[in-house]
Ligand binder design. Structure first.
Ligand code: SAM
Length: 454
């Protein structure tokens, strides 16, 4: 494909000129500037000092997010590994505004993020959900599931099942979810500034293929939504075929109605019925489109199921109480591989239903295992917001924390024998076990920082 200035495909430029008219030059100039860097804080892992030297403006539609004046090397920040924040493009954080305007998060909710990897929007939703709510994070591409799992483990919200299915494989969970997010795979026009390679994959054919795929995903997603439940559709692109035309097609064919969002305090967002369009030359953020829909009727045709894992013996349950802040909140189950899963009591039946309805999925919050009657805590527990505050800790300086995260040896000082949660500014990074003069670093090797530390 022939390119014009700024390496944009010619047909894309033509489309944008038609869409933006006289604003096109401003749009095109903006794409030549650097993409803004923004981070969103984890509401369950608050730090008093974070980016104090780099922080600039707040993201207008997310009270817990702000811009940084430059991009630091996040890999070399232990707080990043502790899940204190997520590096996320600002326009897409408008999801929070769309959700708080359309969903009652004070209730226990069943939430499905159908196209979840790497997990930016999943973690945003987890922050809004209460501890009686269940989150299913799905990603169809197998190689992208591990980064999704890693980001969710870091985030520390315990009530998560990660699955690896095509949207159409959710048929056994018909009408189960109060909220479904379809952050659809798209032609990515809105990321041309952030990802310099993205425009090389763009073509008219790619737009048509994406649009057709989105229709198929939307149709499958519709089934999973409970009567009166909410469906959020979003893309990071501008073209009508993938955005408002797809949503119009959807409401014409499905029993859903459009939910109007109040954007009066954000005049920089364009209302493109039935949704909302974000342009980088009008606001500090990338291209994004979002629409909110509500199911009017529909069936619930899922089969409730009990968890088929074994319950943990009482003696072992007693031992677990010192590892969790609210042990009474959970029931404990034993998997075939001896892993222990902690499921909130109120959610035992919902977990059972999802675990039965999906076959390529995780089992939930795995807190560890018993080896010869001794509890071995998991990495998920170290990063979880449910870990007991009384667990013995060793708090490290930044340099020490980086050595821990590189799995290199260093002097831990003197500590009692046994398990210690390694923390940075009080936030869990992983486990170490002290045995006499020896300290074993239990950071999973796949989590190790591979980058050189200056
Ligand atoms: C826009 S990305 C999701 C980004 C993610 N929601 C976030 O905020 O971090 C779309 C995701 O959909 C996945 N995907 C691709 N084809 C799909 C399909 N047929 N069904 C469901 N998801 C698909 C892609 O692998 C990709 O991870």
């Amino acid at each position: 494909m022939r390119k014009v200035s700024n390496r944009l495909p010619e047909a894309f430029v033509e489309r944008m000129k038609n869409l933006l008219g006289t604003e096109f030059d401003q749009f095109s100039e903006t794409l030549k500037s650097d993409a803004p860097v923004s981070v969103r804080l984890n509401s369950r892992k608050k730090l008093t000092e974070l980016f104090d030297d780099l922080k600039t403006d707040r993201v207008r539609w997310h009270s817990e997010a702000f811009f940084l004046k430059e991009r630091p090397v996040f890999t070399l920040d232990p707080a990043f590994h502790a899940g204190a924040y997520y590096v996320q493009e600002a326009s897409s954080m408008f999801l929070k505004e769309a959700l708080v305007q359309t969903v009652d998060f004070s209730k226990p909710l069943r939430v499905l993020d159908l196209c979840a990897a790497p997990g930016g929007k999943t973690t945003l939703m987890a922050d809004l959900m209460n501890s009686e709510s269940l989150l299913v994070a799905n990603e169809v591409i197998k190689s992208r599931v591990s980064i999704l799992k890693e980001n969710l483990l870091k985030w520390g919200f315990p009530n998560v099942i990660v699955s690896n299915h095509d949207a159409e494989e959710f048929a056994d969970l018909e009408g189960f979810f109060d909220l479904v997010l379809v952050d659809a795979p798209c032609s990515g026009e809105g990321l041309f500034r952030k990802d310099k390679n993205a425009s090389s994959h763009w073509s008219e054919e790619a737009v048509a293929t994406c649009s057709a795929r989105q229709k198929r995903i939307l149709q499958a997603a519709a089934m999973a939504v409970a009567p009166d439940g909410v469906l959020i559709y979003s893309t990071c692109t501008y073209n009508p075929e993938e955005n408002h035309q797809n949503v119009q097609w959807f409401v014409k064919n499905q029993d859903f109605e459009v939910l109007t969002l109040n954007t009066s305090t954000f005049p920089e967002i364009e209302s493109r019925e039935p949704g909302y369009q974000f342009y980088p030359h009008r606001l500090t953020g990338e291209g994004f489109y979002i629409a909110a829909l509500q199911k009017k009727g529909g069936d619930t045709d899922y089969t409730t199921a009990k968890i088929r894992l074994n319950r943990l013996p009482k003696k072992q349950v007693e031992e677990l109480t010192s590892w969790l802040e609210r042990p009474e909140h959970f029931e404990f189950f034993l998997k075939k591989d001896d892993g222990i899963v902690a499921v909130p009591k109120e959610l035992a039946s919902d977990f059972g239903t999802v675990l039965k309805g999906l076959f390529r999925r995780s089992s939930g919050f795995e807190i560890g295992t018993f080896k010869k009657n001794n509890f071995v805590p998991s990495h998920a527990l170290a990063l979880s917001s449910e870990i007991s505050l009384k667990v013995p800790k060793i708090d490290l300086s930044k340099d020490e924390a980086l050595l821990f995260l590189k799995k290199e040896s260093f002097d831990f000082g003197s500590a009692e024998n046994g398990w210690h949660l390694i923390t940075y500014q009080g936030l869990g990074l992983g486990w170490a076990k002290v045995i006499g003069n020896r300290v074993n670093n239990y950071l999973p090797k796949e989590w190790r920082i591979r980058m050189d530390i200056e």
